[in-house]
Design a protein around this ligand. Structure first.
Ligand code: G6P
Length: 611
């Protein structure tokens, strides 16, 4: 979490840095700050979002063609002006921003305190900065050398950007575990946590790797490892258009991204799914055909919404591939001693490709000899680069903090991977596969149909927005969809919501049911339909308020609902791709009813680069 931006070149740095920070606010928005170099080193920072900083510094001196900026998701120290980045070193000579956590900061702080250092903030960042300055003084060395020495003592994750008052056209950057992209322009360079701050200026970027140091000047980019050896920057061409990261007329990114889903699912299937000849092309997966044919099990690791995509896929994999599947929270997996054998298949699922827990879990599995297949959205991200192979989800940049289009794209890719493996293992009949491939092809149009009738969703949102709690129920393929629906509501509207397997309701949650409790039941037609209808009866018998997600014209289900949202009929294996859409919209419109900042819900961040 935390977003970092930097610029050095011939233009004014401030507007570029501020604009870049706005694009990176999805990574955290507890406080914002900038440092500008020129005749003097100036730092401006403020608690709150980028807009608060802008308002507070209208009359300040904002010139200078080198600058760094930070948008924070607080870890060490409450959100406040004084804990905001950039931090200044004790001498006032250096300014630094940081994304990540310095785990041994308290040990370093003790060392510095014993030498008489005083701290203005509660952050680990200020400790690292002064540690660097102390080394620079003691060793009478360059800043670059001091950073190298300091980083060898540091444990944890970081991207740091530093400016030295004596080198006003230089930014020094280093990374381990948190993302850093450098944009290469004509006589100028841009730095960012992702490529979005630099999109309108350049498409040429360098992804900095762990344990690398970049010395960035307008005309020069020097990349080194921590051993001071020069590396050749690998310049790649970005394939993202500016429009992809703008709202394009929608009130919020979340709404835009929900509405993009017919296209994102289509893009994800394009060139891979060939329903007519009954084949799927997934070149990354095909590289490991032999291992997939022989595999006894697949382990999926992910966090948050990506974990829900994995959980939904588990049902599909088991059904089609007759494989044992385990879906693990990366944060749990990393601290266990999981049983992984050489050649085991691990599927890592991540929108950002930067989630710290998922990254470490992958390292863990890799060290035990697993084959890592990544299902990742952000091209060139750490997880994409760490995986042996994989399949991108091609959903385009997702800016709204609550994941929507990335989820359906993950599910579409995972479904194709399952079908591919099933074909390799001969565990599905060609007739059934052909039917499923045709059905999958028809999903974008069905999503489009759901999105063409949002009025009932808006009405239901109005009707139920004041509820204190929500229960979400689903069974089989739709159980993870109930979890995802509840997660969306919690994230966006701050209403407590719980997802549960429908049949488990009677073992606990039924005690919560009264005439106040809305119970969202995902009740589309599938093998468990009759059972789920019985659960709806049970809720009604206790005066619970059933909101059904039902198949169009399913009168039996509709009659059991106080309110309902209809979706087109689909094979039960693919229905989750449809059923989640009204749940995303319901959360969105309830959030709007409640006046919440749906794109930037409190306390959350999109890319969780701390554990
Ligand atoms: C955060 C985001 C979620 C996301 C999760 C995992 O919590 O707010 O939307 O699902 O991280 O992120 P990843 O990028 O690995 O999918």
């Amino acid at each position: 979490m935390c977003g970092i931006v930097g610029y050095t070149g011939g233009r004014d740095a401030y507007p570029i840095v501020i604009k870049g920070l706005k694009r990176l606010e999805y990574r955290g928005y507890d406080s914002t700050g900038v440092a500008l170099a020129g005749p003097s080193l100036r730092v401006y920072k403020k608690k709150g979002k980028v807009a608060s900083l802008e308002e507070s510094i209208v009359r300040k001196e904002l010139g200078g063609s080198t600058g760094i900026g930070h948008t924070r998701w607080a870890t060490h120290g409450e959100p406040s002006d004084r804990n905001a980045h950039p931090h200044l070193s004790a001498s006032g000579q250096l300014a630094m921003i940081h994304n990540g956590i310095i785990e041994n900061y308290s040990q370093l702080k003790q060392e510095l305190l014993s030498k008489g250092y005083q701290f203005k903030s509660d952050t680990d960042t200020e400790v690292l900065l002064n540690f660097i300055e102390e080394i620079k003084h003691n060793n009478a060395c360059s800043l670059e050398e001091a950073i190298r020495i300091a980083l060898k003592r540091v444990t944890g994750a970081y991207v740091i950007l530093l400016i030295d008052q004596d080198m006003p056209d230089t930014i020094i950057a280093a990374r381990k575990g948190s993302p850093l992209v450098i944009g290469v322009g004509q006589g100028e360079h841009f730095l960012g946590s992702d490529a979005s701050p630099m999109l309108e200026y350049t498409k040429e970027v360098v992804y900095v790797n762990d344990y690398e140091l970049a010395i960035v000047k307008p005309q020069e980019l020097v990349l080194k490892n921590l051993g001071n050896e020069r590396l050749t920057p690998y310049v790649q061409k970005l394939d993202i258009e500016l429009a992809a990261i703008e709202k394009g007329g929608y009130e919020h990114f979340m709404l835009k991204e929900i509405f993009e889903q017919p296209k994102t699912i289509f893009d994800c299937l394009r060139g891979r799914l060939h329903a007519e000849d009954g084949t799927i092309t997934l070149s990354g997966i095909e590289q490991h055909s032999e291992a997939l044919q022989k595999a006894n099990r697949i382990v999926m690791i992910a966090c948050g919404t990506s974990w829900h995509a994995g959980l939904t896929a588990e049902y599909i994999f088991e059904e089609c591939c007759r494989l044992n599947v385990e879906v693990e929270y990366a944060s749990e997996f990393r601290y266990r001693n999981p049983v992984i054998h050489p050649g085991d298949i691990v599927l890592a699922i991540s929108q950002s490709g930067e989630t710290a827990d998922t990254l470490v879990a992958i390292e863990n599995a890799k060290s035990k000899g697993a084959i890592i297949l990544g299902v990742v959205n952000v091209v060139g991200s750490s997880i994409a680069r760490m995986s042996h192979a994989g399949a991108y989800t091609h959903a385009g940049p997702e800016i709204g903090v609550a994941s929507t289009k990335a989820f359906t794209a993950q599910l579409a890719v995972l479904t194709m991977i399952a079908f591919k493996i099933a074909q390799l293992r001969n565990s599905i009949s060609p007739e059934r596969l052909s039917l499923l491939l045709h059905e999958l092809e028809s999903i974008p149009a069905k999503v489009e149909k759901i999105l063409s009738n949002i009025e009932p969703i808006q009405q239901i949102a109005k009707q139920y927005a004041q509820a204190r709690d929500f229960l979400y129920l689903g069974r089989g393929y739709n159980f993870p969809i109930a979890l995802e629906g509840a997660l969306k509501l919690k994230e966006i509207s701050y209403i407590h919501a719980e997802g549960y397997p429908a049949a488990e309701m009677k073992h606990g949650p039924i005690a919560l049911v009264d005439d106040q409790l809305p119970v969202v039941v995902v009740a589309t037609k599938d093998s468990y339909h009759e059972k789920v209808l019985s659960n709806m009866q049970e809720i009604r018998a206790r005066k619970g308020r059933v909101i059904g997600i039902v198949t169009e014209e399913d009168q039996a289900a509709i009659e059991l609902c106080e309110a309902y949202l209809a979706v087109p009929a689909a094979d039960e294996m693919l229905a989750p791709l449809l059923n989640v859409i009204p749940l995303q919209l319901l959360a969105y419109y309830i959030g709007i009813e409640k006046g919440c900042d749906v794109d930037k819900p409190r306390n959350l961040a999109k890319s969780v680069t701390v554990e």
